[in-house]
Design a protein around this ligand. Structure first.
Ligand SMILES: [Zn+2]
Ligand SMILES: [Zn+2]
Length: 281
């Protein structure tokens, strides 16, 4: 299967900063009157420890035809409900890797869909190999007996193979292996939807695989746990900026920020996500 990279020529210019006034400008830029094909909302822009009072990773994307989540951290139902997004209104959940702050919300999502929103439409959950078992185990740990009950909706799991495209719900998704210990293969995701390309790093330290993921993307959402501290498994802002000119994406937004980088927000020259931030592509 083909994966189009036809997003025009890459632009490497800076696109805003983490300064609050520019963040506000970015928010104003996506007023409801703006006509765009793909609308993203950062429901959760935080790390695994709630740094800065942020929710865990969860990005809602609405293409008009399909509504999906990129990651579903354990806290995700809370910002979903604050935003008025029902678990019955999500067609697809894409998971980058099997850490609790990225997939731990799925048991709650499924139980809410069963008992609260009373979903009937099938739900697709796509992620790395191991996804089906890890979700089943998580459900059994949190709510024993919950993984095998009869529901009015089917859940279909897709365990994506690295480097191969998966087509589902009108999306073309290509998972690319990154560097992050999570028990099963961790992925960055390259998602083509409604003629746009969204690249998402998941969690990873720097790897040249990100150049492939982000090439020609309309938006590259990249984790940046630290400002300049070099740690295994996670990105820091300085390293990302050292590779900025090589990244052929139109726009970068940082997410999954820990205390270290949040404490350096006045020195960040890239856009930074915040809970509730909306972006239209
Ligand atoms: Zn992780
Ligand atoms: Zn994480």
């Amino acid at each position: 299967m083909n994966l189009s990279t036809g997003a025009g020529s890459p632009e490497n210019g800076k696109n805003g900063t983490g300064h609050p006034d520019r963040r506000q400008a970015a928010a104003d830029h996506v007023s409801p009157s703006t006509s765009g094909k793909v609308r993203l909302r950062f429901l959760g822009s935080g790390d695994n420890f709630g740094s800065g009072g942020r929710f865990q990773a969860c990005i809602h994307v609405d293409t008009g035809a399909t509504r999906f989540l990129m990651d579903c951290g354990a806290s995700s139902l809370i910002p979903m409900k604050r935003a008025g997004i029902s678990t019955a209104a999500i067609d697809l959940i894409l998971i980058s890797h099997l850490h609790g702050d990225h997939f731990g919300g799925i048991p709650f999502f499924i139980l809410d869909a069963q008992l609260v929103s009373r979903r009937e439409a099938p739900l697709v959950i796509a992620g790395p190999p191991g996804l089906t078992q890890r979700v089943r185990e998580a459900m059994e740990v949190f709510y024993p007996g919950s993984s095998g009950v009869e529901r009015k909706f089917a859940v279909r799991y897709i365990e994506m193979i690295e480097g191969e495209t998966t087509q589902t719900g009108g999306l073309t998704v290509r998972p690319v292996r990154v560097i992050h210990g999570s028990g099963d293969p961790p992925y960055a995701l390259r998602i083509e939807c409604a003629g746009k390309i969204i690249a998402y790093s998941g969690d990873t330290e720097w790897t040249h695989a990100l150049l492939t993921v982000a090439d020609g993307a309309d938006l590259f959402i990249c984790e940046s746990y630290f400002f300049e501290k070099q740690m295994k498994n996670h990105m820091n802002y300085r390293t990302l900026m050292a590779h900025r000119a090589e990244l052929g994406c139109k726009r970068i937004i940082l997410t999954h920020m820990g205390n270290d980088i949040l404490n350096h927000s006045d020195r960040i020259e890239l856009e930074t996500a915040y809970d509730g931030m909306e972006v239209i592509l």
